[in-house]
Design a protein around this ligand. Structure first.
Ligand SMILES: O=C(O)CCC(=O)C(=O)O
Length: 487
């Protein structure tokens, strides 16, 4: 069901915010929405939050008028493939206008034009991952049509957003984003999201090839998995939701996702929200870039096409990668030197800290101490917010492939009551337990670490190698390699 229409039918279900646009009421104030986003560890769908956004009218027809004649790059993929994921490196690309896309997509045989080589019954087209700033460079007023300020991020609009326009079957292979969490507004058509929690990572066979900064891909085509090759995938906890126009999906940090268009035309808009944890993630990403570029270039100095995702402009030199790494490490220390020690000090002296401080400290603990801490107490509060306007995305039991279609067809609404209890128990309790046991020790550890001045000397290749080939690391790598071989 489209939440846009729901907004007009049950305004009394709203739980708080001020009145907008006559009788319509948003169910969450910006402050409440942000609190949910910053604490929730489970994907969920916000309903009735965007009914007054001008961008709700951005169907492809409208966009083709706004972007009149603009050439856009479409990724072309096959509708029927086997068990291998369709990575961007294996797709072909077409430069076309939205008018040409619409003509091709109306299913008439196209004998001319940029899509002429692509039989509509066999191929899909996806104008994916398009930054508003490049798309609407001469129409910046349009940025105001997207109002992430309603979710508690003042000033955030289209400038920090990306646009996705696809035909039936277009999809993004399963991956996780290294940075931030994600808000996704479905504008036209429906998309089905297959989500897996971060702790499922070993079951998703992660790979950094193709290489793209900030994306960790899965080797598995999650809608047609090769279970002989990837048997651990059976253990993955798939969460599925069909996102309809007017709904906004919240994807928490590091949740894996595979996203497919299930209507003839889809349009969505998303924004990745920066998080505290991103400071450490940038260091991890810089290490990854350096390693991937060094080893893949050594393997074949002339062929980047096979391993570099088309979203990356080119492979970067070792020198540039060293600069990235040093920049990321310095930024990490700068950030925590200036902002965190004060908060930790406050935490030590005043256990009645605010929720905001609690969030920051927990995030900090996750980064510095590498402890897998989460915000159980805060999360529990967020789960009590679930209802008709915040629908949790819940786990689906895996079924034989023949039954898959039926299973994945429902939207978030129909699972809210049935699965709420299960969600509350299985996800909350364990995390609260971990939190209780480790909170005090971790806080002490951070506090003592924070008094030690961080090293600020240049990190050399040898410094990095010393960490990468540290015996503990090589042991883990050896184990992973051996596990991989024995499959
Ligand atoms: O909509 C899609 O195809 C993918 C979206 C995505 O990966 C994201 O927003 O992180």
């Amino acid at each position: 069901m489209a939440a846009g229409s729901g907004a007009t039918t049950h305004p009394t279900l709203a739980t708080g915010a001020g009145r907008e646009e006559g009788e319509h009421v948003k169910p969450f104030t910006p402050e409440k929405a942000k609190e949910i986003i910053m604490s929730l560890q489970q994907p969920a769908v916000f309903c009735n939050m965007v009914f007054d956004w001008p961008s709700q009218h951005w169907n492809v027809k409208h966009l083709s008028e706004v972007l009149h004649g603009k050439q856009i790059r479409f990724r072309m993929g096959m509708k029927n493939t086997g068990t291998a994921p369709q990575f961007e490196t294996t797709c072909s690309y077409v430069e076309a206008t939205l008018e040409e896309f619409l003509t091709w997509n109306c299913d008439q045989p196209c004998l001319s034009g940029p899509f002429r080589d692509y039989d509509h019954s066999k191929f899909w087209a996806y104008a994916d991952y398009k930054y508003f700033v490049s798309l609407f460079e001469d129409k910046t007023d349009i940025f105001q049509d997207v109002k992430w300020s309603d979710f508690g991020f003042p000033g955030r609009n289209g400038q920090e957003s990306t646009l996705w326009i696809g035909s039936l079957g277009s999809h993004t292979p399963c991956h996780l984003d290294s940075y931030g969490c994600n808000l996704v507004f479905q504008v036209q058509g429906r998309k089905r999201w297959h989500l897996f929690p971060p702790e499922n990572t070993p079951f998703l066979y992660p790979t950094r090839i193709p290489y793209e900064e900030s994306s960790v891909f899965s080797k598995i085509n999650v809608v047609n998995p090769d279970l002989k090759r990837f048997p651990q995938f059976r253990k993955a906890q798939r969460h599925v939701v069909t996102l309809s126009p007017g709904q906004v999906l919240f994807v928490p940090r590091h949740w894996w996702h595979y996203v497919e268009s299930i209507d003839p035309v889809t349009v969505s808009i998303n924004s990745w929200i920066e998080l505290e944890e991103d400071h450490l993630a940038r260091v991890e990403e810089a290490i990854t870039r350096m390693l991937v570029c060094a080893l893949k270039t050594a393997e074949d100095p002339h062929n980047t096409r096979a391993w570099l995702n088309p979203t990356e402009v080119e492979e970067t030199s070792h020198e540039v990668n060293c600069h990235y790494l040093n920049g990321a490490v310095s930024a990490f220390f700068d950030h925590y030197r200036t902002s965190k020690v004060v908060e930790i000090q406050a935490l030590r002296t005043n256990r009645e800290h605010t929720k905001e401080e609690e969030l920051n400290v927990y995030n900090y603990m996750g980064q510095i101490c590498s402890q897998n801490l989460t915000m159980g107490a805060v999360k529990q509060e967020a789960t009590s917010t679930f209802g008709p306007d915040l629908v949790p995305v819940t786990q689906r039991s895996e079924e034989p492939p023949s039954e898959r279609e039926g299973i994945f067809e429902s939207d978030g609404k129909d699972v809210v009551d049935k699965d709420r209890e299960h969600f509350g128990k299985s996800h909350c309790a364990k995390r609260q337990q971990m939190q209780l046991h480790s909170e005090n020790a971790a806080v002490e550890q951070i506090a003592s670490n924070s008094t030690v001045a961080p090293p600020q000397t240049f990190i050399s290749t040898d410094d990095l190698l010393d960490c990468l080939v540290n015996p503990q690391v090589t042991r883990m790598v050896a184990q992973l390699l051996i596990q991989g071989r024995s499959l």
